[in-house]
Design a protein around this ligand. Structure first.
Ligand SMILES: Cc1ncc(COP(=O)(O)O)c(C=O)c1O
Length: 445
């Protein structure tokens, strides 16, 4: 396998970045903003009165610890520099015609007012039916499903519904960047457990069982599990899930699983939902959505499936946060979930072709690729390029090579852990991947 074979040392001439073009990738404002003071003296004006804050700072302490989303920032940088955007995980190809038609028909039929706050009946029924088909789980669509504005909202609504201040939430890292801020917003403290990159060609990302056990204690409220995983492409095995299940049961912990890449699997890997494991039905919240499976990331339709009591709490948070997800697009969601089994096979096949299109180009250019088993990203090691860190490399790549990637540090609590990694998304048209490959080849010269 060619995954990790191209370790040839490559020296890339570094460029001096124009000050005006510098990218601010890790903007933090650790301390609250200081009070505005009049620098030049004189009496305060009405405008001063509006813009100064005599005794208070107006920002939440929670938010002051957040970094701007690096992934979304990289998309803006890609636009600025005319780069091929392999940073953010959205397809640049069309969504399936049947689904678009279903949305158009729903709008034309005047499904244009609020849906039931926890989701249109048709969509909830379709979700329940498909959970039965795919995972063998019986779900009550009336009591156990909340449709949200994307799985992003399903995750934050769930955390707000279950966490109290002082609770801890276990998260594997590298992690999808929303999970950290989500935990903080809900008052919980994230506790990270490392996924270690493969050490052999075509190997797996693994975790240390002892380290995972150490992360669990009486303060642990939940573990967030994302399988198939962004950014690593790891698909958790049954054995690993059972190990996590045993800890959840022993420490009375909830599993919140993000399964939005459920259908994007390679090489015969199997997606196993945590909720299907014995002992987990009553302690799992399963999160999923339309974005990735149906290539409609802009529609903002996702859902959380949970036992009735937890669903009641999630529904209240969801109602007060957003009232509901877009009504006509929920109807289209019901149509999407009725696609034949062949659709999902072709989806996975299409992504496998894209993966196998991009990976050789990356390897040729000097990246060490960690072959993904699922999802549509490839994590790479950039040691061969000799850059100071992932951020300076990503800046160079977007500005000079004009390909956007995501610096690895944005997936870790400690940026140093991702300093030698960057992630590429391959949910793109063949011609986009061709153009990226052409540009990336310049790195090897
Ligand atoms: C693991 C993971 N969860 C959630 C999301 C966002 O999903 P949605 O569009 O349903 O909010 C993403 C998007 O990239 C993701 O990678």
């Amino acid at each position: 396998m060619a995954d990790r074979t191209s370790n040839k040392r490559k020296t890339v001439k570094k460029v001096t970045l124009q000050a005006s073009a510098k990218v601010s990738l890790r903007k933090t404002s650790k301390s609250p903003p200081s009070r505005k003071v009049r620098e030049k003296g004189g009496a305060p004006t009405a405008s001063d009165a509006r813009t100064t804050s005599p005794g208070k700072h107006f920002l939440s302490d929670k938010v002051s610890h957040f970094t701007e989303s690096v992934i979304r920032e990289m998309t803006r940088q890609a636009m600025l520099h005319g780069a091929v955007n392999l940073a953010q995980g959205f397809p640049d190809f069309s969504a399936p015609a049947e689904i678009k038609q279903a949305a158009q028909q729903a709008v034309a039929a005047d499904v244009n007012q609020y849906a039931i706050t926890w989701g249109a009946k048709n969509l909830r029924n379709a979700i329940a039916r498909q959970m039965g088909v795919w995972q063998g789980i019986t779900v009550d669509p009336e009591k156990e499903i909340t449709v949200c504005c994307g799985s992003t909202e399903a995750m934050i609504s769930t955390l707000l519904a279950v966490c109290n201040t002082g609770d801890e939430v276990v998260i594997f890292e590298p992690f999808y960047e929303n999970y950290g801020p989500d935990s903080v917003l809900s008052g919980a403290r994230p506790k990270f457990v490392k996924l270690r990159p493969p050490t052999t060609d075509g190997g797996e990302w693994t975790f240390d069982e002892k380290e995972l056990r150490r992360a669990f204690d009486k303060h642990t409220k939940a573990i967030i599990l994302n399988t198939p995983n962004n950014p690593t492409g790891k698909v958790f095995t049954r054995r690993e899930l059972e190990l996590i299940r045993d800890l959840c049961v022993e420490f009375d912990v909830l599993a919140i699983t993000d399964e939005i890449y459920e259908h994007i699997l390679y090489e015969g890997t199997e997606h196993i939902s945590m909720v299907s494991l014995e002992g987990m039905r009553e302690r799992t919240v399963t999160i999923n959505g339309m974005s990735k499976t149906y290539s409609v990331t802009g529609w903002r339709v996702g859902w959380a499936v949970a036992p009735e009591k937890i669903t009641n709490a999630i529904r209240k948070v969801h109602d007060f946060l957003t009232v509901g997800a877009p009504a006509p697009l929920q109807e289209a969601g019901a149509a999407a979930l009725s696609m034949p089994a062949e659709y999902y096979l072709n989806l996975a096949k299409g992504y496998r072709v894209r993966r196998d299109h991009l990976m050789p180009a990356l390897t040729e250019a000097g990246f060490q690729c960690f072959r993904p088993r699922g999802a549509y990203y490839v994590m790479t090691d950039i040691s061969a390029f000799g850059f100071k860190d992932d951020v300076s490399f990503a800046k160079y790549l977007v500005q000079e090579i004009r390909v956007a990637c995501v610096p690895g540090s944005s997936f870790y609590r400690d940026p140093r852990d991702g300093a030698k990694q960057v992630r590429f998304a391959f949910c793109k048209k063949p011609e986009t991947l061709d153009e990226a490959a052409r540009r990336l080849a310049k790195l090897a010269r």
